[in-house]
Design a protein around this ligand. Structure first.
Ligand code: SF4
Length: 344
């Protein structure tokens, strides 16, 4: 396995093509059938009220703000119906950290979704939201996750990880959960039999060592539990955010591809690595398929958080299939757990 030092050396290297080829070769070993996957799903941002004031976030509104909202269950169910009508198999539900919504609200919402759409996969509530639900409700993490699971939660997204290094977190999201808390949520979910994903938002003036600390943290937990289905790195989008004024510049395509490839190499024990078109655009996403990526993520019927921060890329299913084919791979629709039993 690659060491922390070796990963830092690769980041310092100019040999982008060599790093990409090494990542591509590992990708081929892990996915010899030359398939690249994508999912049709929808992000539902059930509330934008939030108490955390993260400096990279253009989405949240403080409690009581006139532009704040909490979606009604009927609106959420309507959005799921539209997803199903478009061939979607799941929803990714995330929101701000609301200081008054207790676990009963989340349980009622999950039950309402499962009652009407028993086959739709509910991939919901990133680690800071889960921690917040536990705190607001006076429950342990274990009981919170177990109750959400029993109400219909199928898996947990990796959001809120940003960079898993407390010095960076203190600078960009001081109030949000610590590295240890993020890990605890994912470990507890894995122990309860749930799968989760891991993400990384880089390009916030972290050092290379701190970026590799993140990879190390994810790799260690995967060694312990095996519960991660995928790793999804993406770069900070600075428009409309207070952090954007201070970060020197957004990550370039070269930096993105290098980070993607090194992530693939470092996280040998995570099967899937995603190349992102939402933050990088279709062309860089396509290149990413030769830099270790074996998945292009979601058609994304709706996404408010990244688009609030200036990412304005759009793609139809046919476009995603085309960029996958043109890169030399076979496109296949998958579900949230990366299963590709669909007939296409
Ligand atoms: S990133 Fe999440 S936790 Fe931070 S302010 Fe935005 S909605 Fe709140």
């Amino acid at each position: 396995m690659m060491t922390h030092r070796e990963a830092c050396d690769l980041f310092a290297s100019e040999d982008l093509i060599g790093i990409g080829m090494a990542a591509d070769s590992l990708r081929r070993k892990l996915h010899p059938e030359d398939v690249v996957t994508y999912i049709i799903d929808r992000n539902i941002n059930y509330t934008n009220f939030c108490t955390e004031y993260c400096s990279f976030c253009a989405f949240y509104r403080p409690m009581g703000h006139k532009e704040g909202y909490v979606l009604s269950f009927e609106t959420i169910l309507g959005k799921i119906q539209e997803t199903v009508d478009l061939g979607g198999t799941g929803v990714l539900m995330q929101g701000g950290l609301h200081s008054e919504l207790k676990i009963e609200w989340y349980e009622d919402m999950l039950r309402a979704c499962k009652r009407r759409f028993p086959n739709v996969h509910l991939h919901c509530f990133s680690a800071p939201e889960v921690t917040n639900i536990a705190e607001v409700s006076g429950l342990t993490l274990h009981d919170t996750i177990a109750r959400l699971r029993d109400a219909g939660l199928d898996s947990i997204p990796g959001g809120g990880a940003e960079i898993l290094d407390d010095a960076v977190r203190h600078r960009i999201s001081r109030l949000k959960c610590s590295t240890g808390e993020w890990v605890d949520v994912h470990r507890t979910a894995h122990q309860l039999g749930m799968r989760t994903t891991a993400t990384m938002m880089f390009g916030v003036d972290e050092t290379i060592e701190q970026r590799v600390n993140h990879l190390e943290c994810v790799r260690r937990l995967q060694e312990e539990t095996g519960g991660f289905t995928a790793f999804i790195p993406w770069s900070f989008q600075r428009e409309n955010t207070s952090l954007g004024r201070f970060v020197k510049s957004e990550a370039t395509a070269v930096e993105y591809l290098k980070t993607l490839a090194i992530s693939r190499l470092y996280l040998e024990n995570i099967l899937n690595v995603q190349s992102s078109w939402v933050t990088q655009g279709l062309k860089t996403c396509q290149l990413g398929l030769r830099f270790g990526g074996n998945d292009v993520g979601s058609i994304m019927i709706e996404e408010n958080v990244v688009s609030a921060a200036g990412a304005r890329n759009h793609a139809s299913e046919e476009e995603l299939r085309r960029i996958i084919r043109d890169a030399g791979f076979l496109p296949k629709q998958r579900d949230t757990l990366y299963r590709t039993y669909f007939l296409n």
